[in-house]
Design a protein around this ligand. Structure first.
Ligand code: PRP
Ligand code: URA
Length: 210
């Protein structure tokens, strides 16, 4: 598993405002979108391309186009939906599939309540969007879902992650091509499975249900 933790003052600044409990939903949503676009730049570093011939106003030259099958972006409902616009801004030709997972707040185990993905993901590069990598249970479930359908490689973009979550994903995906791109690696989890220092419940803060 490859892990990339962002190291850029703009990202740290935007995360600081996002973490602040006084930041209201409209600003939280706008910042989430901006952060994803910045993180997507690194996450798509290995997106597959193929050579194309084009004509500039001056000369014929070679460039690249994103290869088929096109990358598949998979936001994890509900909180991951707040990351979708920021991602497709950077990769507008990507296809989008949906996975709905919810974590039981007592057991911390995820269950799947919705799925709308292509049946066959052979040779697909998949990009999972979920703001929070806490225990890792939800991300492991999502990644396994995609590999079970034949995905070639999976890159997850999360705004915040924990060492516990990274370890869980690493152990569950041995031998698979997995990349995790984080906005920040936080200290760990509290007794309720929340990320510390974290930002609270990402879904509630995005959608104003606090
Ligand atoms: C949050 C978050 C992740 C999950 C992370 O979703 O968006 O999917 O928790 O926790 P884990 O790493 O311990 O599995 P939640 O289940 O609260 O659902 P929501 O997006 O609908 O709020
Ligand atoms: N899910 C969240 O939304 N926040 C956390 O801190 C952990 C899981």
């Amino acid at each position: 598993m490859r892990v990339h933790v962002a190291d850029h003052p703009l990202i740290t600044h935007k995360l600081t405002v996002l973490r602040d409990k006084n930041t209201a939903s409209p600003t939280f949503r706008a910042l989430t979108e901006e952060l994803v676009t910045l993180l997507a730049y690194e996450a798509t570093r290995n997106v597959r391309t193929e050579p194309v011939k084009i004509q500039t106003p001056v000369i014929e030259t070679m460039g690249v186009a994103i290869s088929h099958p096109l990358p598949l972006v998979v936001p994890i409902l509900r909180a991951g939906l707040g990351m979708l616009d920021g991602m497709v801004k950077l990769v507008p030709t990507a296809e989008v599939g949906f996975l709905g997972l919810v974590r039981d707040e007592e057991t911390l185990m995820p269950t799947t309540y919705a799925e709308r993905l292509p049946d066959d993901l052979s040779n697909r590069q998949c990009f999972v969007l979920d703001p929070m990598l806490a225990t890792g249970g939800s991300l492991v479930a999502a990644i396994n879902y995609l590999f079970d359908r034949g995905a070639q490689d999976v890159t997850a973009i999360c705004l915040l992650g924990t060492p516990e979550g990274l370890k869980a994903v690493d152990e569950a995906t041995q031998g698979r091509e997995v990349t995790i791109v984080l906005g920040a690696l936080d200290e760990g989890l509290n007794e309720r499975g929340y990320i510390v220092p974290g930002l609270g419940d990402a879904g509630d803060r995005l959608y104003g249900t606090v």
